[in-house]
Write a protein that binds this ligand. Sequence first.
Ligand code: FE2
Length: 191
Amino acid sequence: MHLEHWFPTPIWNSTIEFDRISVLEECYRIKNADPQGRKISNRGGWQSDELIIGDNQIFEQLYSGIQSKCSEVYKSIDTDFKGRIDTLWININKPSDYNAAHCHPFGALSGVVYINVSDVSGKIRFNNPSIRQHYPIDGYDSPLFFMYTDFKPENHKMLIFPSWISHEVFPSPDSDENRVSMSFNITQIKI
Ligand SMILES: [Fe+2]
């Protein structure tokens, strides 16, 4: 039987090398300089304004790691486009904080890198974008009808996903650690 995949939802998963302690300290330095941050999907958590590439030596290795993975992703898609980091920002969630379900309307792909998480930090959930999930059918546990998929955060882990997919972040009630990550949007450019 010939099979064609027409509406797949890719989620790329990798790791990035960077000086985690220096990056973490820098995240808190930026937070201390702007304790209010901005409010978007974060419920209780702190989110930085957009970071400026080239403006912070401590983040350079992290930025170039993200850009490199992003280029790899576009090569694997085999399109006439290349991907470039558009915006980045820091998230610091206390154990009770979470992020409501949202998507990133201005990106092509989006992603996150985990900078400080514990073994029991809140997971990130991607919700099935298919309208099919709203039908009253049996079999939600089958690969065709999963309602969502969850990823456990780990330090240095990076996820890249389509910007249109709804995702949310759970609180970390059993963790003593703040959950610190850097999120980003990728824009695509015709080669
Ligand atoms: Fe997000």
